[in-house]
Design a protein around this ligand. Structure first.
Ligand code: MLT
Length: 386
């Protein structure tokens, strides 16, 4: 049996690999604290669960779902975009239901990338931006991201011959993993760059509802002309504690939505309608619950940042996302420090290098762990570093 050549260029999926290490320790009876994957520990709000139970009992939902998503879910997504961002999208041509935004991001490459094409990826970014391109035998060009440039991917340094061959540029703000946020001017410059070079701008907005200290994250589609060149990805996973449900949506450019829909129609049969019905309740009725979750995450963020500072780790306080991005101590690499914490403290964090070249020298800590376990994790880290 011979696997596709492209597969050999891909490491095991970052979070599957972390799960494997966690499970190996847990199977030896070791108490592991995971600050790894961003998997909310709080339950899905009860109203969403109740809607799902009703929808499962409705036999009309037992047959194939609509390929592009139910008209009702797409309408709810369009209404959410309007209410939340003042952005108008046509639910029938500019919105597509996804089986989690990860699959949409991966499939976008199939829709737009031919062998040898270039995908512009943030040099610290969600791994699927890169691996999706590699699976298409495409090439990636990492746009530099540094603390000095506020972790804003710098597309201005992309050489013209590379930009000409680029088909997609991925951005994501509020940013996973750095927690950085982007200004309207940055989005405008990115849109102008993509328009000039005829590139699809794919904006990953999975964390727009998880914001703190009065910050409101925008949609890139708020910017003038954005709908001509942008597709935006939303996930219900993080704001509504629905990671296991696999539900999200893409919206924006009708051409990009149609192309992604064509790939999906030929590879999956759409999301279970009952889950979409639960998703409608999330998008229309549960924003108060999201506010409560933001309060919990803000409290945990402050707790974690104070504790990390107390043990000498440098990190900024993010205005959004469920992640803290911290520098590793002198003399360590992302991998070595992650391994030390795993072996000596039984604490899992994500190595920054797993997100791309400029992630080296950092770790990501997720806030999806109760307060007392966060404090215990940092106490254990302190002992491991002594
Ligand atoms: C994360 O922790 O960054 C993501 O939730 C991981 C994933 O989507 O696989």
């Amino acid at each position: 049996m011979q696997e596709a050549r492209a597969l050999s260029g891909i490491k095991p999926y970052l979070f599957a690999d972390i799960d494997r290490k966690r499970d190996a320790l847990a199977s030896r009876g070791i108490d592991v604290i995971s600050l790894g994957i961003g998997d909310p520990d709080m339950p899905t709000p009860e109203r969403i669960v109740a809607a799902m139970v009703d929808a499962v009992r409705d036999t009309a939902n037992h047959q194939y779902p609509d390929y592009a998503g139910s008209a009702a879910f797409r309408r709810a997504a369009a209404d959410y975009m309007d209410r939340r961002f003042g952005v108008e999208v046509d639910p029938s041509t500019e919105v597509l239901t996804l089986i989690g935004s990860k699959e949409g991001i991966a499939h976008l490459h199939t829709a737009f990338v031919d062998p040898e094409d270039v995908v512009l990826v943030p040099s610290i970014g969600y791994p699927v931006y890169t691996t999706g391109a590699v699976l298409q035998n495409g090439q990636t060009y990492p746009m530099p991201m540094t603390e000095e440039n506020g972790f804003l991917a710098d597309f201005s340094v992309v050489p013209t011959d590379v930009a000409r061959r680029a088909k997609i540029m991925f951005l994501g703000y509020p940013n996973n993993p750095t927690g950085a946020t982007a200004s309207p001017e940055y989005f405008d410059a990115a849109i102008a760059f993509c328009r000039e070079h005829d590139i699809l701008l794919a904006h990953d907005n999975a964390y727009s509802d998880l914001t703190f200290d009065g910050y409101r994250a925008p949609s890139i589609l708020e910017r003038p002309g954005a709908k001509d060149v942008c597709i935006e990805f939303f996930s219900l996973s993080k704001p509504f504690n629905m990671t296991g449900w696999r539900i999200g949506f893409a919206c924006g450019s009708a051409r990009a939505v149609a192309a992604l829909g064509k790939v999906k129609n030929n590879s999956d049969s759409g999301q279970f309608t009952a889950i979409q019905e639960a998703g409608i309740v999330a998008l229309t009725e549960c924003l108060d619950e999201v506010d409560q979750m933001c309060e919990v995450y803000a409290r945990r963020r402050d707790l974690l940042i104070d504790a990390l500072h107390a043990i000498g780790l440098e990190c900024e306080s993010p205005k959004a996302t469920i992640y803290v991005w911290a520098k590793v101590p002198e003399g360590e690499t992302s991998e070595s420090f992650t391994a030390t914490l795993l072996e000596k403290a039984h604490v899992i964090v994500t190595p920054g290098s797993g997100y791309g070249p400029d992630g080296e020298g950092y770790i990501r800590l997720s806030l999806t762990t109760p307060d007392d376990r966060l404090v215990e994790a940092v106490q254990r880290m302190k002992e491991a570093m002594a």
